[in-house]
Design a protein. Structure first.
Length: 633
């Protein structure tokens, strides 16, 4: 089962992406027992989703998205009902799966868990499982080893649960062929656009139209509250950059950590490989062995021809072109049978035929490097960077609390903190409340503190806010402008332009619908159609989805046929379908494979959705809207 997931991930990973957003995972047992405190946001079967869990999930998702977008994330995104619903729905789906997995008594043994973790490439070093890398991964998740493995067990149990469902959606060939033909069908079209600008001359606004719009939309013409501020940034990276590391410190660090710079013995080899997999038929194995024995005999007679014979006969595509050269490698980097022989030979020696899981090898050792310690000169830059990291991180950790205390205790000025930590006091231009702010004020906590009553009225320093890992900022308002309504005389021209264009867009739509009706009756209209182009459902050629739907919704019994639609705020678009080409494609057409996979995913998604609906029937879901809304606030 685990091999299947490692090698065939497309469909199942899609569903896992929907349900395993990196929220706080508590393990299957706690999903069902629900020992959390606080009012529940939802109940799922016999379990509950508490307000605490919901808020934790929101924070986890916000942190993940902030990291994904390089720290640039509008906090308003998480104030939308759509985002909150998506987070809650993901938690509900997790609970449904967890309860179903428990009811089916699905479990993951310790052996399965160990095998899965050991096989993850990023947790390996020189082809072997690295305990240090594993510990670093767990630490980076902010979890204990037990919590991390509980989460992983849960994910693996979910995979076991979903595999039969996602694999059950096998699309029927006839239906798949019809869907594929529809996606590949091509229609040759011409386009004619009726733009609002064409109709501006026909627009007559009522005398009081501008005044009425202004009165009805006063909020739209308010200038937001603004401040101009100064601020300080205490940064771990800046402290690292300022750290000066002496040659003596580098030499001391090198001696104290000498074991880190030891390199094990390495070999450079060339080989000739005749393939024969470990489970190949005996006849195939015997034939490969015979061929390898023959090449071994030739190499013994003429060792100088090794590279030439490797180019001609080796079945390892990665090394054959290089005369069989495998470059340098250390212990644990090759399969054991190969490595044991390579490390037993002397430089220049050629082995007998060696059997491995890949086939039969003839090995020549072309270089030997004994175990050595890297010279200080080779690792000096690395050590310098490491000392800077350690020193800067230590200085930041020691300074962070004191920085926060100073800007709070001496709240009428940033100068004392600037002088103590040798920081530049920076100033902002005018920045608007609620607008899109530049770093560091795109951090909601910092901007809220800056625009707080205390910050504006008393011009006190804000608290030190961590806007990113290892970055603290405190700011102070210098000047303030309250929100103000712009006079009508200033915005009158903009309102008139907006109203005229809106009215022109309505005229364009009306005229477009009239022209479409005339075209449908076969009446001749003087329209300058764009050059013809072919479009299909799978290749829209820049058309909007709604335009594509309108074009392919038309019947094609009699051509040409016409379609049209209003383009939001931009008039009307007419389309003339001139010809239709059936959706046929050769089996080796790359589009066929791509679309077939897409159809299989659609079918699997429908199966998955239906299955999830059945789980909702089995484990009824109730959303506590009152509690959810209170948590949102």
């Amino acid at each position: 089962m685990l091999d299947y997931f490692r090698n065939n991930k497309r469909v199942t990973q899609g569903f896992l992406a929907l349900i395993t957003l990196p929220f706080a995972f508590w393990g299957v047992d706690s999903y069902v027992r629900n020992a959390d405190t606080g009012s529940e946001v939802a109940t799922v079967g016999s379990g509950k989703i508490t307000g605490y869990e919901f808020q934790s999930a929101m924070r986890e998702q916000q942190d993940r998205m902030r990291a994904q977008f390089g720290g640039k994330l509008d906090p308003a995104l998480f104030e939308t009902a759509e985002m909150r619903d998506a987070v809650l729905d993901s938690l509900v789906t997790q609970r449904l799966l967890a309860q179903q997995a428990q009811s089916m008594r699905l479990s993951v043994s310790n052996e399965q868990l160990v095998q899965f973790i050991a096989a993850v490439p990023s947790l390996q070093e020189n082809g072997k499982f690295s305990k240090e890398r594993y510990q670093a991964l767990v630490a980076a998740q902010g979890m204990s080893k037990e919590m991390f493995e509980a989460r992983l067990r849960q994910d693996m149990a979910m995979q076991q649960l979903m595999l039969p469902v996602t694999e059950a959606g096998i699309p029927g060939q006839a239906a798949a062929d019809r869907w594929l033909a529809a996606q590949l069908e091509q229609r040759e079209i011409g386009e004619f656009r009726l733009l609002p600008e064409t109709y501006l001359g026909k627009v007559i606004l009522a005398a009081d139209a501008v005044q009425k719009y202004y009165e009805a939309n006063r909020k739209q013409f308010e200038l937001p509250e603004q401040v101009r501020a100064e601020y300080l940034v205490l940064s771990r990276d800046a402290m690292m950059a300022r750290t000066v590391v002496s040659d003596a410190a580098i030499a001391t660090y090198y001696q104290e950590n000498i074991d880190r710079y030891k390199e094990g013995a390495t070999r450079r080899t060339s080989h000739i490989l005749i393939r024969a997999d470990k489970d190949a038929p005996s006849a195939e194995v015997e034939a490969a062995k015979a061929k390898a024995d023959g090449l071994s005999a030739q190499v013994r007679k003429a060792p100088g021809d090794f590279a030439k014979l490797a180019k001609q006969h080796s079945q390892d595509p990665g090394s054959a072109e290089k005369g069989g050269d495998l470059d340098w490698f250390g212990s644990g980097m090759m399969v054991k049978a190969f490595e044991d022989v390579a490390f037993a030979l002397k430089e220049g020696d050629i082995s007998d035929v060696v059997r491995s899981d890949f086939g039969f090898h003839i090995i020549q050792v072309t270089g030997i490097r004994p175990e050595r310690v890297k010279p200080l000169a080779d690792v000096k830059a690395e050590i310098q960077a490491e000392i800077k990291r350690e020193t800067g991180a230590k200085q930041y950790a020691e300074s962070a609390e004191a920085f926060g205390n100073m800007v709070y205790e001496q709240a009428d000025s940033l100068k004392p903190a600037a002088e103590k930590w040798k920081l530049d006091i920076q100033q902002t231009p005018w920045i608007a409340k609620g607008g899109k702010l530049a770093t560091p004020f795109d951090n909601a906590k910092l901007s809220n503190a800056l625009f707080s009553d205390d910050g504006i009225k008393n011009k006190r320093n804000t608290e030190a806010v961590e806007i990113a890992s290892g970055v603290l900022v405190s700011a102070r308002v210098l000047e303030h402008k309250p929100a103000a309504l712009q006079p009508l005389d200033i915005v009158k021209g903009d309102i008139e332009k907006l109203l005229r264009r809106d009215a022109a867009a309505v005229l364009a739509v009306t005229d477009g619908e009239e022209k479409l009706a005339r075209l449908a009756k076969g009446e001749v209209t003087d329209l300058k159609w764009s050059p013809n182009r072919s479009v299909s459902r799978s290749e829209a050629q820049g058309l909007a989805p709604e335009a594509l739907r309108a074009i392919f919704k038309t019947g094609t019994d009699k051509l040409p046929v016409y379609a049209g639609l209003a383009v939001s705020g931009n008039g009307y678009a007419l389309y003339r379908v001139n010809s239709v080409k059936a959706g046929n494609a050769a089996k080796n057409d790359p589009r066929v494979r791509m679309l077939s996979e897409q159809y299989a995913r659609l079918v699997a998604e429908e199966e998955f959705s239906a299955w999830m609906a059945s789980l909702r029937d089995k484990y009824p879901v109730t959303i506590n809207k009152a509690t959810l809304e209170s948590k949102e606030r």
